[in-house]
Design a protein around this ligand. Structure first.
Ligand code: MN
Length: 424
């Protein structure tokens, strides 16, 4: 389904007076507000196809109804989000869950919803029905060359699907690792993985990027073969200029200083992109900014500082994507909240007075440095984010409109209550 544009306009008219009042106050206290608004309009975050249905835990799954039944419907749901907030103009696919039957038709369908195809994701963490070798003991790291070959071929097949859809990148996340001491020879597992990744890298078109995503633990609980940013950077450096590290916020051990990791990866020109989410304990798949909004702001503070230093375009210099699969919320409402949190953190970080911060750092004025950052974090910039949405044709209050139009009820009527988004 698609929303009628007139409904969005009507909704905005209802809220415009209050919005204007908030905006005019925000403009009086935030310098460069026009620059910030235009950067916010340009900033787009890709929606992962697997986040459009309810995720589960190993204990159970509680579907909310009206979930997309196929790739076409996933594109429609991502399109709904984009219609409401105008900040999610791309969808990231997962193979084999999202293999198109007709590439041209899928491309046109996406275009009709204002979407392009972001990074392609491979899957060697599950065994598929018709698969010859098992990934029980790993994929690209496996002691058996036949398993490695199968996993390499799968990744190359994912690149081929991506080429046909106009994607420009492959994200490789490996579940590879071990559950018990002694199970793996760490160096052998690393070398096998590196050799396998080299073969995949060789199949990348010239204008493609490969993102090597790391994760501290789970599904393996003793060692993970791409377990942290150091290991990912090792692979990316050995592979070559098209390979980058991808930072998923939920994939760190508790209390890791992610902003520092981001800063150094950017400095080395090896930060490729982001998977946004939030967590309290581990890879909790919680809504971006729901637990640690200050951390999200500090990450964006480093991103802007590092990207400006390297003269990178904020909107296109890195791959921005959400990766979460929450259990209990309406997936579309949750994604709207995540995108909003990301836009807020980005906008807050744009207001940081970098010149004064640098002076404070040079003078070891610790108190002043903290004041500068917290002043930006505590200034309510939401009216600028809403204004950017309004100018781009989105809704002033996307979630309120989503509810008012009974979008979920409509989707349930159309698709049924028992549908399951493929792959979940
Ligand atoms: Mn991820």
């Amino acid at each position: 389904m698609k929303l009628e544009e007139s409904k969005i306009i009507e909704h905005n008219q209802d809220l415009i007076n209050l919005h204007q009042a908030k905006l005019s106050f925000a403009k009086t206290i935030i310098p460069d507000h026009e620059t910030i608004i235009s950067k916010l309009i340009d900033f787009q975050i890709a929606i992962p196809s697997w986040a459009l249905g309810n995720g589960g835990t190993r204990f159970g799954r509680f579907p909310g109804g009206g979930e997309p039944r196929n790739l076409e419907e996933k594109i429609e749901d991502a399109g709904l989000i984009h219609q409401l907030n105008r900040s999610g103009n791309a969808i990231s696919l997962h193979i084999p869950w999202d293999i198109p039957k007709d590439y041209q038709a899928i491309k046109s369908h996406a275009e009709a919803h204002g979407l392009r195809f972001d990074a392609m994701n491979s899957n060697t963490f599950q065994d598929q029905k018709d698969q010859k070798e098992s990934y029980k003991y790993g994929s690209l790291q496996h002691v058996n060359p036949a398993v490695r070959k199968q996993a390499i071929d799968h990744n190359i097949e994912v690149i081929r699907h991506g080429i046909k859809l106009g994607s420009k990148s492959l994200t490789v996340w490996l579940a590879d690792g071990s559950c018990f001491p002694g199970q793996l020879n760490f160096r052998q597992a690393f070398q096998n993985t590196l050799e396998s990744l080299k073969e995949i890298y060789a199949a990348l078109p010239d204008d493609w990027k490969m993102f090597v995503e790391y994760k501290a633990y789970e599904p393996n609980f003793y060692s993970t073969t791409v377990g942290d940013w150091g290991q990912s950077l090792l692979y990316a450096s050995k592979l070559g200029p098209k390979a980058y590290t991808l930072v998923d916020l939920g994939h760190h051990l508790p209390n890791a200083n992610i902003e520092q990791i981001v800063s150094l990866l950017l400095m080395e020109g090896k930060l490729g992109g982001f998977h946004f989410n939030d967590s309290k304990y581990g890879d909790d798949d919680l809504t971006a900014g729901s637990i640690k909004p200050y951390q999200l702001f500090l990450i964006f503070n480093e991103l802007i500082d590092g990207m400006d230093e390297r003269k990178m375009n904020h909107a296109t210099g890195l791959a921005w994507m959400i990766d979460a699969s929450h259990n209990i919320k309406d997936p579309l409402e949750d994604l709207l909240q995540s995108v909003e949190a990301i836009m807020i953190a980005y906008a807050q970080a744009l207001t940081v007075d970098r010149k004064t911060l640098k002076e404070a750092q040079q003078n070891n004025d610790v108190v002043r440095a903290q004041e500068i950052l917290q002043n930006s974090f505590r200034t309510d910039i939401r009216p600028l984010v809403a204004e950017a949405r309004l100018r781009a044709g989105g809704a002033l209050d996307p979630i309120a409109l989503f509810r008012k139009l009974n979008v979920r009820e409509e989707l349930i009527r159309e698709r049924g209550r028992e549908t399951i988004a493929s792959g979940l």
